[in-house]
Design a protein around this ligand. Structure first.
Ligand code: DAH
Length: 349
């Protein structure tokens, strides 16, 4: 009897020792990957694992020791399970982090935006003139009376000088938003010596009610060529080349006499309708022709105003609206669409 007691004492003494050792082992057990985690699980948590063995031996220990040993086994169980689930979730998180970016995947190409239709047409027009040796020049949007009106030979009573048509910022001296890019002609002629061959794109402002065919802000392109012996024939030839480049090789042009204060003689140019090819349609109002620009020979007064001798130099000028040309080229029916930034419209260009 006493012999059995000693044996049992030894058993539960050894068991306690063993559990303390397991507690230490679990603490220092290092697990770096899922294979090692599985080893850990098999060692402690499987059917033949350490915890199961301890529970089985637990049955054999004397009742008075059960409380203490039971507590220790539970402590060990919690430690093992805690460590197992902590490392399991850490390894899972690591693996999703690694697969979030798969560098071996074929890249999905990014959809690029496009230039605004007005910018596209502006670039197209300026590059046609660049091939003819024109250079690009720009001027300020906020201007004075001299560059927008007086130097361009506008009479004192000209209606464009009226508040009805022009946005004034200050009166006396007049500071205003330019109503046309012709003001850039003056700035160029004042600062550069002929020969001059320049193309001047820019934004202009007019006090107009907004409708499908008019806006208070729009864009123009101005052209100017000043040299000795420049003639109306040069102007016509240049504009014919331009029209064919922009609207197609079979395009025809016609010049109708007109009036602008800064050119003499002045003309308006029509191109044969690129949509119906001259047969007549809604866009050309069944005339077969589309008006696209104003032009003429630079008035000698304008040259003199800029310090260029009109007895030595002559020149031609022209100006066109980018919105209008874009409308005619792409049959856009409402000019307001350019400014609404509706992708269904913009994506078509
Ligand atoms: N500045 C004129 C306008 O806004 C357009 C124009 C007509 C410009 C004839 C020119 C030109 O250079 O020669 O209506």
């Amino acid at each position: 009897m006493s012999c059995i007691l000693i044996k049992e004492f030894n058993n539960h003494y050894k068991m306690k020792e063993a559990i303390y050792q397991h507690l230490k082992d679990v603490d220092s057990y290092t697990i770096n990957n899922s294979a090692e985690l599985e080893e850990f699980r098999l060692k402690y948590l499987s059917k033949k694992g350490i915890l199961q063995q301890l529970f089985e031996s637990f049955r054999t220990i004397p009742n008075e020791e059960k409380k203490e040993i039971g507590k220790l086994i539970n402590e060990l169980k919690q430690k093992v399970e805690g460590k197992f689930s902590e490392i399991q979730s850490k390894l899972e998180a690591d693996s999703t982090e690694n697969t979030a970016i798969d560098y071996t995947l074929t890249p999905v190409s990014m959809k690029l935006g496009t230039r605004h239709p007005l910018s596209q047409v502006r670039n197209e027009i300026t590059s046609i003139f660049k091939t003819l040796g024109f250079t690009i020049s720009e001027g300020p949007e906020i201007e004075d009376d001299w560059h927008v009106f007086s130097a361009l030979n506008f009479a004192e009573e000209h209606p464009a000088r009226d508040m009805q048509d022009t946005f004034f910022i200050e009166k006396n001296p007049d500071i205003l938003l330019r109503t046309h890019t012709s003001s850039v002609q003056i700035r160029a002629m004042e600062t550069q010596k002929p020969p001059l061959r320049i193309i001047m794109p820019g934004r202009v402002f007019r006090n107009e009610a907004i409708s499908y065919r008019a806006h208070c802000i729009f864009h123009q392109i101005e052209g100017l060529y000043i040299d000795k012996n420049v003639s109306f024939a040069d102007l016509k030839q240049t504009l014919l080349y331009f029209a064919k480049e922009l609207f197609g090789a079979d395009t025809k042009i016609r010049l109708r006499p007109s009036y602008f204060p800064f050119t003499e003689p002045s003309a308006e140019m029509d191109v044969s309708c690129s949509i119906c090819k001259g047969k007549g349609c809604n866009v050309c109002k069944h005339s077969g022709w589309l008006e696209i620009l104003g032009c003429g020979m630079v008035d000698p007064n304008v040259l003199a105003n800029c310090g260029i001798d009109p007895n030595v130099y002559t020149g031609y000028a022209f100006g066109m609206g980018i919105e209008r040309i874009t409308m005619l080229k792409y049959a856009v029916k409402d000019l307001r669409m350019y400014f609404e930034n509706d992708l269904r419209f913009l994506n078509q260009f």
